[in-house]
Ligand binder design. Structure first.
Ligand code: NAP
Ligand code: ZN
Length: 368
């Protein structure tokens, strides 16, 4: 306890003297209010830090959840954005793996204790001392809370920075840093591959990436959507089969057929329907974050020894593995590029499901 207090005091003292730099950003000062242009402070680079100019930043439904206060309030201001691709502009004296001019990525994780069993195992998303997320997370280095990628630049310890392969369409690669890893990690963990029938529930940013990645892993992919127009589109994206989840007759065809299902739905929904599509020992793996609790009927898991599980993003090494996998298989997001000034319209459209399938902000639209 005393040691922890000493460390916190030390961190706070350090903060007082830590130099900062003013950076243009887009954020909100109150829950459920429009985002507007503002200036934030970022620390100047420390010995293990890199600084990057942000080129592109994807818009994830988690950004929207947080701005709306779906998971509670936030310390003001909130600057969302965690699917970041940029170019390194400066490096600290001890930085080994990056130099100015390099392309690089920052995803959901920007700090962790780096010594607990989880960090050592490469699953920093479960760090014992608390993972620092790229926005709206207590910042153990600079104090205050972290500001995300809806901004001109980011400063981050190189340990949490990703090498970005030379994708033809860099903007479309940005969503890999959250949407990509969030589905890659459970697809790998639950064994997507030849001989496995994998269900994907919800075709949004995460769902459409899951179709492409599961297919590249060699699985048979079956998609369930509430949107009639996405049934045909799911096949274009690579799905073997797609069903309208409101059509009960069509859904019944899949009873007890699937090995596991990745559930990307962002709002409250009935998961029991999908548990019944599982073979014995199958799992519904929730990655979506509906703010309300979900109900599970006992018989839907007891019969067939089924599981209802969850998965949270992925560690840094696995994110790098996913980027390299996607580059090898020519996988990026179907993206609509917007200017930062259109962020509030983009959030309104994302809420209505009116995006195919990821908005990406061209950060050049924000003048410094
Ligand atoms: P998105 O682009 O909005 O996609 C969500 C999809 O869910 C929609 O396109 C829609 O697909 C379906 N859906 C929405 N409302 C529904 C409803 N009421 N009933 C049934 N289906 C509905 O969102 P996203 O960026 O992919 O994110 C999806 C969820 O994952 C969000 O909750 C986000 O916060 C969460 N997330 C979690 C992690 C993690 O680590 N676990 C990481 C990133 C994001 P159809 O039109 O096909 O039905
Ligand atoms: Zn995200």
């Amino acid at each position: 306890m005393l040691i922890k207090q000493f460390r916190n005091n030390f961190i706070n003292t350090k903060l007082t003297y830590m130099q900062t730099k003013e950076v243009k950003a887009y954020g909100a000062t109150e829950v459920d209010m429009p985002l507007k242009e503002m200036t934030i402070s970022r620390r100047t680079i420390q010995s293990h830090d890199v600084e990057m100019e942000i080129l592109f930043c994807g818009i994830c439904h988690s950004d929207l959840h947080q701005v709306k206060g779906d998971f509670g309030g936030f310390p003001s201001p909130i600057v969302p954005g965690h699917e970041i691709i940029g170019r390194i502009t400066a490096v600290g004296t001890h930085v080994k793996n990056y130099k100015p001019g390099d392309l690089a990525g920052i995803g959901c994780i920007v700090d962790s204790c780096d010594r607990c069993e989880y960090c050592k195992e490469g699953i920093e998303q479960f760090c014992d001392e608390g993972t620092t997320y790229s926005f709206n997370s207590p910042d153990k280095i600079s104090g205050g809370h972290t500001f995300g990628g809806f901004s001109k630049s980011y400063v981050c310890n190189e340990r949490y920075v990703l090498k970005v392969p030379s994708f033809d369409n860099l903007a479309a690669a940005a969503p890999l840093l959250c949407a990509g890893i969030t589905v890659y990690s459970p697809l790998k963990h639950w064994g997507a591959g030849p001989g496995k029938k994998v269900g994907i529930l919800g075709i949004g940013g995460l769902g459409h990436m899951a179709i492409k990645i599961a297919k590249a892993m060699g699985a048979e992919v079956i998609v369930f959507t509430t949107s009639p127009e996405k049934v045909a589109d799911a096949k274009r994206l690579g799905a073997d089969e797609a069903a309208l989840s409101t059509n009960l007759e069509e859904m019944a065809k899949y009873n007890r057929k699937l090995h596991f299902i990745i559930d990307t739905v962002s709002a409250k929904h009935d998961v029991n329907t999908y548990l019944n599509l599982l073979r014995h020992d199958g799992s519904v793996v929730l990655v979506g974050l509906p703010p309300e609790p979900l109900e599970i009927g006992a018989f839907n898991v007891v019969m067939g020894r089924r599981s209802f599980a969850g998965s949270n993003i992925g560690g840094i090494a696995e994110t790098q593995e996913m980027l390299d996998f996607c580059f090898k298989h020519n996988i990026t997001a179907d993206s609509e590029i917007i200017a930062i000034q259109d962020i509030n319209t983009a959030f309104e459209r994302l809420e209505k499901g009116d995006v195919k399938y990821r908005f990406v902000i061209d950060m050049n639209s924000l003048k410094s």
